[in-house]
Design a binder for this molecule. Structure first.
Ligand SMILES: [Zn+2]
Length: 220
């Protein structure tokens, strides 16, 4: 899953309005922001096998620290605890952030083939409902999620200035272009190349902070 994760980040602004959109992106994409770092460090492994699923040729050989259920729960607790401590946030905000971090695993388990480990053990059972075996199904689910998340976000916030509109809509356009390139572009030359390009995802976190600074929360 790609833009569906950002949908959760957008939607969460409504239930945790004090949290910056950048932090919400960091939470919803935490696993995928950590993953390329671990692959490049040689701790996790990914290969490329065109045709493995209809949607992605990436073969997630070993990624328990970024993408197991146990790791997701642990990162969620750490993320919420660190944020609460740094920002003196309410318990409710911490809970929302933890749920946003865990949502990544749930949405990935919906799309991946059964390659998502439950625990960090190399012998762990692996799950995945395999939505990636259907291109129309994947696109429909992700676009619906993305549309709904974005709709909630635009209802929960309003632009303070021109940048507040421009930064948001250029981010949306950028996400859609990257998504289309992922779906219809050529497979990456190697797993390592995929990891290096995935590092660019950190830019989206910065973009989220930029958007947030130019938009105000609407009291609902
Ligand atoms: Zn992921």
């Amino acid at each position: 899953m790609f833009i569906g994760h950002f949908a959760v980040g957008f939607a969460a602004k409504r239930v945790a309005p004090s949290v910056s959109l950048g932090t919400l992106f960091l939470a919803c994409q935490f696993a995928d922001l950590l993953w390329p770092v671990l692959v490049i460090a040689g701790i996790e492994r990914v290969g490329v096998q065109p045709g493995l699923t209809v949607v992605t040729p990436l073969d997630f050989i070993y990624y328990p620290f970024s993408h197991s259920l146990v790791a997701a729960a642990a990162w969620a607790l750490l993320f919420a605890a660190a944020y609460s401590r740094l920002r003196n946030a309410a318990l409710r905000t911490g809970i929302v952030l933890a749920l946003v971090v865990v949502s990544h695993w749930v949405l990935d388990a919906l799309t991946h083939r059964p390659d998502m480990p439950l625990t960090v053990s190399a012998e762990s059972a692996r799950v995945g409902l395999g939505l990636w075996n259907s291109l129309p199904g994947t696109i429909a689910v992700e676009l619906l999620l993305f549309g709904a998340g974005l709709w909630l976000y635009t209802r929960a916030t309003r632009a303070l200035d021109r940048i507040g509109r421009l930064a948001l809509w250029s981010l949306v356009a950028f996400l859609l272009v990257i998504y289309a390139a992922n779906l219809f572009g050529p497979p990456p030359p190697s797993g390592m190349a995929a990891a290096w390009s995935a590092l660019a995802m950190w830019l989206l976190v910065a973009w989220g902070y930029w958007v947030d600074r130019h938009r105000a929360v609407v009291r609902v």
